[in-house]
Design a protein around this ligand. Structure first.
Ligand code: SAM
Length: 456
């Protein structure tokens, strides 16, 4: 049963039709959708694996590479899921892609912050759209930042920096980002169909608390947005206090200007306007849209461009000898440089070196670019991140394994494969899963213990 106070509060809001809304929540209908990773050779992998390929029922019309599935498979037991071939993401929230194509037609060179990023749905989408940009994916809660690191690693992006900071900390880099996405923590009513257990957590008091927290989060981070930069605000709540009222507050107190989007009529997304300033928002109702409840709006900061200077912090570089050893394992393309973080060497795009030094000075970085590996004496121990990255590893030894062996590998169990001695990529349907070291009489499974499949 949906909370009667929620239903009463939605009366009169554009697009809300009580009967149909209650009906769809009672229907038991569940949707599943995925977004494929175009930076990996997924088409061939999906065709070879035949795990989710036969389930791709219809494209999500507002997002590239996105599909509704005809049923929900066990993703845990699909090795391609662990290889970062796709991300399981609710379809309405993929509308972010449409917003980006309309408002940022030239994504190259842009600096983007995803402020509330865990578990990483929007960040993997942003990483794909801004593949020639720099994406900072931030999560304030430490335990959730770890899940974010895992998902960004699987996605393989080499241009993402994962940070674990409070929104306020971004004030140390004023006017820095071209785009800030705030997918705010909210009262969560938009997910009631998917997760009926969440219904009992809902209360009017919590809606008020969320609304205040949303304002605080945005007020804290807005100084980090460039003049003319875009704020993309979204929630999975239907409550006006967390949606249109936030837009009015943004226009009135933060001086932002609302921008429009143009969804196709047959997507059945409801454009709404805030009460006071007619700022545009877009509502997704599950009785009308093929997706869950969602709200999104785009606003622009206006004003005179500030002349900002950001102090950076030198990134420790490998010595000549270390570089020689790393290169003997894998020669990176010229576009990358290596730096040292604790005992790991990491690869990052040279064009973003200055920016990385600025971020390192001002924020707590959990992961930047791709961990290449570490040195033990003269031996290179390659990192798991390297195996899953977009980087070209075709020259390295690899062994293609079948699904049963791939699952044993992902459970970190012993496996028998015939392979050359030394480091081998374990690959399934052409996608890397991780590393194994082949010794004369055994194979060491290097899959990260904390990510292994626990279920049998
Ligand atoms: N964008 C994510 C995605 O697409 O996968 C979902 C984000 S979820 C709706 C909101 C996130 O905000 C949560 O990860 C939560 O931990 C984080 N959060 C909670 N309190 C916060 C705060 N005070 N400031 C910033 N983020 C916060």
């Amino acid at each position: 049963m949906l909370p009667s106070a929620l239903l009463a509060s939605l009366e009169g809001i554009k697009g809300f039709h009580r009967e149909a809304f209650e009906g769809v929540h009672a229907s038991g209908v569940q949707l599943t959708s995925v977004r494929l990773n175009p930076m990996k050779p997924v088409q061939a992998a999906l065709a070879a694996a035949q795990t989710i390929q036969p389930l791709l029922a219809a494209p999500v019309p507002w997002c590239a590479d996105a599909w509704y599935l005809s049923e929900r498979p066990s993703f845990t037991f699909d090795p391609l899921f662990h290889a970062g071939a796709y991300y399981v993401q609710e379809a309405s929230s993929m509308f972010l892609w449409k917003v980006l194509t309309e408002h940022i037609p030239s994504p190259s060179g842009k600096k983007v912050l995803d402020l509330c990023a865990a578990p990483g749905g929007k960040s993997t989408l942003l990483a794909t759209y801004f593949k020639e940009g720099l994406v900072v994916s931030n999560e304030v809660i430490k335990s959730r930042a770890a899940i974010l690191v895992e998902n960004i690693t699987k996605w393989g992006a080499d241009h993402v920096v994962v940070t674990n900071n409070d929104p306020l900390h971004f004030q140390s880099i004023p006017h820095y980002f071209d785009v800030i996405a705030v997918d705010a923590p909210c009262s969560g009513s938009g997910l009631f169909r998917k997760d009926p257990d969440a219904i009992k957590e809902w209360s009017e008091d919590n809606v008020q608390l969320c609304s205040q927290r949303q304002q605080r989060i945005i007020a804290d981070v807005l100084p980090a947005l460039k003049e003319d930069g875009l704020l993309i605000y979204s929630t999975c709540s239907y409550s006006r206090e967390e949606d249109e009222a936030i837009l009015d507050w943004l226009v009135e107190t933060q001086g932002l200007t609302s921008l429009e989007c143009t969804p196709e009529a047959d997507w059945h997304i409801t454009p709404t306007e805030s009460e006071k300033y007619q700022a545009r928002g877009y509502r997704f109702y599950p009785d009308q849209v093929k997706g869950e409840g969602f709200f999104i709006a785009v606003l622009q900061k206006t004003g005179v461009a500030a002349d900002s200077h950001y102090p950076g912090q030198a990134l420790p570089t490998p010595s000549k000898a270390e570089l020689g050893l790393l290169k003997s394992f894998l020669q990176l393309p010229d576009a990358y440089f290596l730096f040292k973080q604790t005992d790991h060497f990491r690869a990052f795009k040279k064009e973003w070196e200055t920016d990385l030094s600025i971020l390192a000075k001002n924020l707590y970085i959990k992961k930047a670019g791709v961990a290449f590996g570490m040195l033990k004496g003269k031996d290179v121990i390659p990192s798991h991140e390297l195996a899953l990255s977009y980087l070209d590893l075709q020259g390295l030894a690899a062994v293609e394994v079948d699904k049963a062996t791939a699952l044993l590998y992902l459970k970190k169990k012993d496996l028998m494969v015939t392979a050359d001695k030394g480091w081998n990529l374990i690959r399934h349907c052409g996608l890397n899963l991780g590393w194994a070291k082949v010794l004369p009489n055994r194979l060491n499974n290097y899959y990260p213990g904390e990510w292994r499949i626990l279920k049998d």
